[in-house]
Design a protein around this ligand. Structure first.
Ligand code: GLP
Length: 257
């Protein structure tokens, strides 16, 4: 079962995740982080940046990327990861990868990305947000739990959700490259964050609903080490909330995320 932690704010969540990353990097300076985009991981990046940790040997692999944006487009996930994570955290730009950024053809980009993750030793800690369709990465409902990095077509709802970042809804790309659910499940520790009422149904379905490809986030139930960190609003539809609170409040001294 996932460990579910209630926090009072995104900032508090960011501090908890920064603690986990700081501990990981202290033990393994060349740790591999799975990086996420969207608004959800921003408090984690801010908390980490404030700690000025030595992260120059850390490697990073982003979850996903749009297909078809002009190089350098400010909403490309390459640009977002550079702006929000690489620069403030002091990561080495050449150690941080985004799907499709190796200069090779789109065809085969997923397989090459998978090979590069494996060659780096696999992801130690994967940050995840969740979309309103229940997607993680850009794995829309119906994605196979065995899927690896590949090109996907975005759901209409996801394009509408992400239209706020573009001048016009029509400018949101139709395709993306995303790590698969199978890729995500290979990471050693999954940290799923969610804030706000709009995530409540997706979080309840992912954490407590049936394990089904109709809710890609429910794949986390197949992983042995998952931390789900939610604010009160995002956790408001969790049936077992009292149990999660009690378990976290009575955690043993050595227990971490
Ligand atoms: C996008 C990303 C996901 C992210 C989701 C939620 O679709 N591909 O990785 O989890 O948005 O975004 P936000 O964190 O802004 O709510």
């Amino acid at each position: 079962m996932a460990e579910v932690v209630f926090v009072d704010s995104a900032e508090h969540a960011g501090e908890l995740v920064a603690d986990a990353i700081a501990e990981l990097v202290a033990a393994k300076p060349d740790a591999v982080l799975g990086l996420a985009t969207g608004s959800t991981p921003l408090s984690t990046y801010r908390a980490l940046a404030a700690r000025h940790l030595p992260l120059g040997s850390v490697r990073g692999f982003a979850l996903d990327e749009y297909v078809g944006l002009p190089p350098g487009h400010p909403q490309s996930y390459r640009a977002v990861i550079t702006r929000e994570a690489v620069v403030p955290l002091g990561l080495a730009p050449s150690f941080v990868r985004v799907p499709g950024d190796d200069g090779g053809p789109l065809e085969g980009a997923g397989e090459r990305y998978e090979r590069d993750i494996v060659e780096a030793g696999g992801v130690d800690l994967q940050l995840l947000g969740i979309g309103s369709t229940g997607h993680i990465g850009f794995n829309e409902p119906g994605s196979s739990f065995a899927s690896l990095t590949r090109v996907k077509t975005l759901a209409a709802r996801t394009r509408a959700d992400n239209a706020r970042f573009f001048d016009s809804p029509d400018d949101v790309p139709v395709h993306c490259l995303t790590q698969g659910l199978g890729t995500i499940l290979r990471a050693r520790h999954l940290v799923l964050l969610a804030f706000g009422e709009s995530k409540a149904a997706a979080i309840a379905a992912a954490v407590e609903g049936p394990v089904t490809s109709s809710v890609p986030g429910s794949a986390i139930q197949l992983h042995a080490h998952v931390s789900v960190i939610v604010d009160e609003a995002a956790g408001s539809q969790l049936a077992n909330a009292d149990y999660y609170r009690a378990a976290w409040a009575s955690r043993l001294p050595w227990e971490r995320l």
